[in-house]
Design a protein around this ligand. Structure first.
Ligand code: ARG
Length: 397
């Protein structure tokens, strides 16, 4: 194993989640890297309150100095709302983990800068995307970056044993070895038997969604959007955090928003991933539906490409790249007319739009109706004559 004592940083600030990996990082930083002072930063992006509480207690016991930062509002307003406007998804699922990482990294780096620490640390492995997302932010500072999990090439079984030896009581066991990443928007579950992509996930991995096959009666929810972001649920104005939490519980009851897939990580590895994101599924489906009502055909076509580019940048955690800001500028402009209400039906795991209305609709019921004479159909005849014109020129040559 690597011994990096030669240029030992005396104070290191660790992005701490309270889970197994980052918990074992604390003694590892002291024992293997000779760090004198380990400072932990737990950033609240909407993990369950009990996890935050347990994480804080654990950190206070294990680290030399601990900070707990409530970043939930910033996460919703500056990360989730832009994602909704951009229909942010990757290979078919709603982005979740990816958008929280840059914010966690930023808050951690700010503490380190305030304390004039020599290094920043994270608990990501060398196999995943999170190392890239953290370091895109960390390396913008002048500080050294330490990644013990990656550096020491640790296996989960070894970590569980090491944690036990160091009196760290983590909830992970060999029977329930799931690696879980959770924020207010999405919950991701990896590891253990799930690594066999042919293995059907047991019901126990899910915590936000009930089984979709319970057969509850359908439920209608109405989401109101202003400038591309949700502002009201069932007619009640709410801040983003309350709206997402409320909708997670309503849609979760119907089993909406489970994803089970094989995903291409940035490094090229394919990984089996399981997610739960009930509110995100409802909001993105509704948002997309509203866009179809209010945006022009050209805007929709062009925005699909912009959204895809945005999603890729967000997936990679490159949110400080000027290209990301350029994309957001277009998305914000296009979103200025995304106002209205979408009626969503939740039933047995599905969330479908069943109604939409908007003061900015580019829709004329009068003109499109089978029963109206406002539009003179004969006007279309000239248009129809020229439609497919060049193909005919070729054929009749
Ligand atoms: N594959 C997802 C991503 O790259 C989730 C990664 C973190 N998940 C976890 N359970 N540790 O965004």
């Amino acid at each position: 194993m690597t011994d990096t004592r030669a240029d030992t940083p005396s104070t290191v600030v660790l992005a701490y989640s309270g889970g197994l990996d980052t918990s074992v990082c604390i003694p590892l930083l002291r024992e293997r890297y000779g760090v004198k002072k380990v400072v932990t930063v737990l950033v609240d992006v909407g993990q369950p309150a009990s996890d935050i509480e347990r994480g804080n207690l654990r950190a206070e016991k294990l680290s030399d100095e601990h900070y707990h930062i409530d970043a939930r509002e910033e996460f919703v307003n500056d990360y989730i709302f832009p994602l909704i406007k951009a229909n942010g998804s990757y290979e078919g699922y709603v982005l979740g983990t990816a958008i929280a990482r840059p914010l966690i990294a930023k808050k951690t780096a700010q503490v380190a800068e305030r304390l004039a620490a020599e290094a920043l640390a994270h608990g990501c492995t060398g196999r995943g995307n999170d190392q890239l997302r953290f370091e895109a932010v960390f390396r913008a500072t002048k500080m050294k970056v330490i990644a013990p999990m990656r550096d020491l090439d640790l296996a989960r079984e070894w970590e569980i044993e090491y944690a036990r030896e160091h009196g760290i009581d983590v909830p992970v066991t060999k029977e329930r070895p799931w690696s879980i990443d959770e924020n207010i928007w999405s919950r991701s579950i990896e590891g253990g038997h799930l690594e066999d992509p042919f293995f059907e996930p047991p019901e126990e991995i899910y915590s936000w969604t009930k089984s979709p096959s319970r057969g509850l009666a359908p439920e209608i929810v109405e989401i109101e959007f202003q400038e591309g972001v949700p502002v009201a649920l069932n007619g009640q104005l709410m801040n983003g955090m309350d709206l997402i939490a409320r909708l997670n519980s309503i849609a979760g009851e119907h089993g909406v928003g489970r994803t089970d897939m094989v995903e291409d990580r940035v490094l090229g590895l394919k990984a089996r991933e399981n997610y739960e994101h009930p509110a995100a599924t409802v909001l993105l489906t509704a948002h997309r539906d509203l866009e179809l009502l209010v945006l022009s055909r050209n805007e929709l076509r062009f925005k699909a490409g912009v959204d895809a580019a945005w999603s890729e940048m967000a997936y990679m955690g490159l949110v400080d790249d000027p290209f990301y800001a350029d994309l957001n500028a277009f998305i914000d402009q296009a979103s200025s007319r995304v106002n209205g209400t979408v009626r969503m039906k939740l039933h047995c795991g599905s969330a479908i739009s069943v109604g939409r209305k908007s003061p900015d609709a580019l829709y004329s019921q009068d003109m499109v109706s089978f029963d109206s004479h406002t539009l003179s159909q004969r006007d279309a005849e000239g248009f129809a004559k020229y439609h497919g014109f060049q193909a005919r020129l070729l054929r009749h040559k």
